[in-house]
Design a protein around this ligand. Structure first.
Ligand SMILES: Cc1cc2nc3c(=O)[nH]c(=O)nc-3n(C[C@H](O)[C@H](O)[C@H](O)COP(=O)(O)OP(=O)(O)OC[C@H]3O[C@@H](n4cnc5c(N)ncnc54)[C@H](O)[C@@H]3O)c2cc1C
Length: 414
């Protein structure tokens, strides 16, 4: 195999598929190849949003992204929310939003999204080259030589979209970074983001419990960020969308003792299990519970509002003896109310790439021109998707960026 193409897209994820669609639309059938090391393209896309694919968000804003500000701004001004809706509608996809503005395909199935992308790739005559693990790229005159060790293809333009090492069970690894490093391109340090947090407290008894609440990062006794939503307890800490969103700051603190440039000596995650209630209303409710559930064991004191395991955890954490609810004292009610509003966890580390949704760090605007995503040092070589030093919050922001950056990278291909 020694075929020549005008454009080669290496990595068949969301960014690569979008880039290949845009290239082929301009260059015509047979001009573009999408190269994928796995047996099929789009494997990670199928796993997104728990199989529902949260593809964007009606509340899109630069504030939901972290990393290189110039690249974030350039991609979001090129790929606006309206442009996203038009691009997806043009593939036959219509969306619906949940209460948080998260956008999903109308079918609620990630497979629909992948089918629509693949259908357009095939209609546009894009060549899908799967089971091709790219191990080297070299520039030879006006063409790049792309090799898997055995097979080789040539292309005038190369867009690299090989993604990050997050979730290796979906085939992810660091091979894209190695390719770019072999071309002399240096990345910023990588670290897992949108990840569960491992905590010091013993949470084994809570494994699998989910609760709606407000989670906050409390640094030196000051709340520095909060998220409302679902919190999941794991056998060694915390997970769920709220925690994923806070994990970046927690990781920064654990690694460097710093969050957004400020030094802190003590960081906790505090959970308010009933954010709609203030402490005095909650005390009033707990007093009623004391008489409603007079004959129940004290560990079940909160089981009318929480999962039984969570009720037992909070009650035993509060130090009340094993007795009947009717014997719970006024002081104990105050302690329990305080704990319900301020259940604290001490982060020890961030769960690694096995459980993270994205990877922070990567290639920044010192390596690529933010306006085009072309490498400053290597003409006609573009980088997009998660390889770039940009990561978004939970809520569809990462797929929005992946697709938008793929389309932006393809813009300069002629
Ligand atoms: C479980 C999970 C759920 C998620 N849910 C959401 C969600 O609902 N909404 C959201 O916005 N984001 C979500 N994300 C994040 C989002 O999926 C990623 O940010 C996005 O898919 C990145 O797209 P990408 O194209 O850059 O990389 P990827 O999708 O990872 O694609 C990279 C592709 O390149 C291929 N490749 C790698 N190396 C080579 C090589 N050397 N040669 C050839 N091919 C190669 C890989 O096999 C892969 O197919 C989720 C992530 C995970 C792990």
């Amino acid at each position: 195999m020694n075929k020549k193409y005008t454009a080669a897209v290496i990595g068949g994820g969301a960014a690569g598929m979008a880039a290949a669609i845009a290239c082929s639309e301009k260059l015509g059938k047979g001009s573009t190849v999408i190269i994928e090391k796995q047996a099929r393209i789009g494997r990670k896309l199928l796993a997104t949003g728990n199989g529902r694919c949260n593809i964007g968000n009606n509340r899109l804003s630069e504030a939901n992204y972290h990393g290189d500000k110039k690249i974030i701004s350039s991609v979001l001004s090129y790929y606006t929310l309206n442009k996203e809706k038009r691009f997806l509608a043009d593939l036959g996809l219509i969306l619906r939003a949940d209460n948080e503005g998260r956008l999903y395909p109308y079918s609620n199935r990630a497979s629909t999204v992948l089918d629509c992308f693949r259908y357009r790739l095939s209609q546009n005559g894009v060549i899908e080259l799967c089971d091709f693990n790219t191990v080297s790229i070299k520039k030879e005159n006006d063409f790049f030589r792309i090799s898997s060790g055995g097979d080789t293809v040539f292309a005038k333009y190369v867009i690299i979209s090989t993604g990050s090492p997050s979730s290796p069970s979906l085939g992810s690894d660091e091979s894209g970074y190695r390719l770019l490093e072999s071309l002399g391109l240096k990345k910023n340090t990588l670290f897992p983001s949108l990840s569960p947090v491992i905590c010091k407290e013993k949470t084994k008894s809570l494994k699998g419990v989910r609760a709606k609440g407000k989670a906050s990062v409390v640094a030196d006794e000051k709340i520095i960020s909060s998220r409302i939503g679902e919190i999941q307890f794991t056998e060694n800490g915390l997970s769920g969308i709220c925690i994923f969103d806070l994990s970046r700051q927690v990781n920064e603190y654990l690694k460097k003792g710093v969050i957004s440039g400020s030094i802190y000596s003590n960081v906790k995650i505090s959970i308010d299990l009933m954010p709609e209630y203030n402490e005095s209303d909650l005390i009033g409710y707990l007093r009623k519970c004391r008489s409603f559930f007079a004959q129940r064991d004290s560990v079940e004191f909160l089981s009318a509002i929480f999962d039984k395991k969570l009720s037992a955890y909070v009650c035993s954490y509060s130090g009340i003896d094993n007795k009947k609810c009717r014997s719970i004292t006024e002081n104990e009610i105050k302690i329990i109310a305080w704990l319900v509003k301020n259940l604290e966890f001490t982060p020890e580390k961030i769960s690694g790439y096995n459980n993270s949704q994205v990877c922070a760090g990567g290639y920044d605007s010192g390596i690529v021109f933010p306006e085009t995503l072309m490498c400053r040092k290597i003409r006609n070589l573009f980088i997009c998707g998660e390889l770039l030093d940009v990561d978004g919050d939970c809520g569809g922001y990462n797929l929005h960026f992946a697709i938008g950056s793929g389309l932006l990278a393809a813009k300069s291909v002629k």
